[in-house]
Every structure is written in structure tokens, then in C-alpha cells.
Design a binder for this molecule. Structure first.
Ligand code: RP5
Length: 171
């Protein structure tokens, strides 16, 4: 049985395997950068289905706002989460295996009508964007976070300019 704490708003990150952590660490790091609370666990839809189901219930009761599911290969995790919760589920397909992520991407994105999984990109970009997308959902009711996200966009735009200034050639 997983531990239960006080009710609070947080993002839940679930990975199918420890081998997904190297990429999903970028998701956790992004949430930390914005001071957003999260949980991160390993639980597999195939290898530990009961643990996965129990965790979703416990996390929902504690106040999980979105679930981020990272899995590779047959990638059933995001779909299994979507079947068990009406909270937004964001799927991050993992690279690797014989098809290097194409299998995971199709498994994650091809959900039947009425069971949505918001699927982000393969690999690091997907891991980071899963965090951003979750924060954007949180920010609908969190003005402070909305301001931080807006400021981050300005920083990103400025970086494009400074990067360009270092190497640009303009006639
Ligand atoms: C998936 O299978 C996991 O999410 C992982 O991406 C992939 C391979 O898992 P390991 O064999 O490395 O544990 O379920």
C-alpha cells in the first residue's frame, strides 16, 4: 500500500521502468524550476498493474491534478491511467527497443474516443513539455504560476535573440 499524506495540488509522474528515469528527470527538474510539487514513482501497467491502480486512487485522493505517464515499447501505462481517472493524463513515449520509440508513440497516441491521453514528443522534449503542459493546466487557477510561465516565455524569446547575436550573419 502506498503512503497517504495531506491533500494538496501536485503533479504525478509515473514511469514504466527505472530505465525511463534518465529522460524523465528532465520533467521533474522542470517542475522543480517552477517550484511545483510533484510525486515521481515507477509503476508498470504490465509488470505491476495492481500497484499502478492503487497508486492512481491514492494520488487522486491526495490531490494529483494531472498524471504524466512515461513508457516505452508497448507503452500501455498512459492508457491504463486514462482508464482509471478523469484527471488529465499526459503520455510521454520513450525511445528505445527495436523500433526506437515509434511503437511507444503510436501506443500512447492512439487512444479510443472518450479516453484521452495528451501525447507529447518522444524523449527529452516530451519530458519537459509534459511538465509545462501540466503547469499550464495548474496555472488556470494559479495566478502566480501563470505569471511565472508568462515570464518564462519572455526569457525563451530573449535567448533566441542572444543565441542569434553570437553567430548571426546579416547583410
Ligand atoms: C516499458 O518498457 C518501460 O516504460 C521502458 O520504457 C521499457 C523497457 O523497460 P525495461 O526493460 O528497461 O525495464 O514498459
Amino acid at each position: 500500500m502506498l503512503k497517504q499524506g495531506k491533500k494538496m495540488n501536485f503533479i504525478s509522474i509515473i514511469m514504466g521502468s527505472k530505465s525511463d528515469y534518465e529522460i524523465m528527470k528532465h520533467c521533474a527538474d522542470t517542475l522543480e524550476k517552477f517550484n511545483v510539487k510533484y510525486e515521481l514513482i515507477i509503476s508498470s501497467a504490465h509488470r505491476s498493474p495492481s500497484r499502478t491502480k492503487e497508486y492512481i486512487k491514492a494520488a487522486e485522493e491526495k490531490g494529483a491534478v494531472t498524471f504524466i505517464a512515461a513508457a516505452g515499447m508497448a507503452a500501455h501505462l498512459a492508457g491504463a491511467l486514462a482508464a482509471s481517472t478523469t484527471k488529465p493524463v499526459i503520455g510521454v513515449p520513450m525511445k528505445g527497443g527495436a523500433m526506437d520509440g515509434m511503437d511507444a508513440m503510436l501506443s500512447t497516441v492512439q487512444m479510443p474516443a472518450g479516453m484521452p491521453v495528451g501525447t507529447v514528443a518522444l524523449g527529452r522534449s516530451g519530458a519537459v513539455n509534459a511538465a509545462y503542459l501540466s503547469m499550464q493546466i495548474l496555472a488556470i487557477f494559479d495566478k502566480e504560476l501563470a505569471i511565472k510561465l508568462a515570464e518564462d516565455r519572455i526569457v525563451q524569446a530573449k535567448k533566441v535573440e542572444t543565441d542569434s547575436a553570437e553567430i548571426e550573419v546579416i547583410i
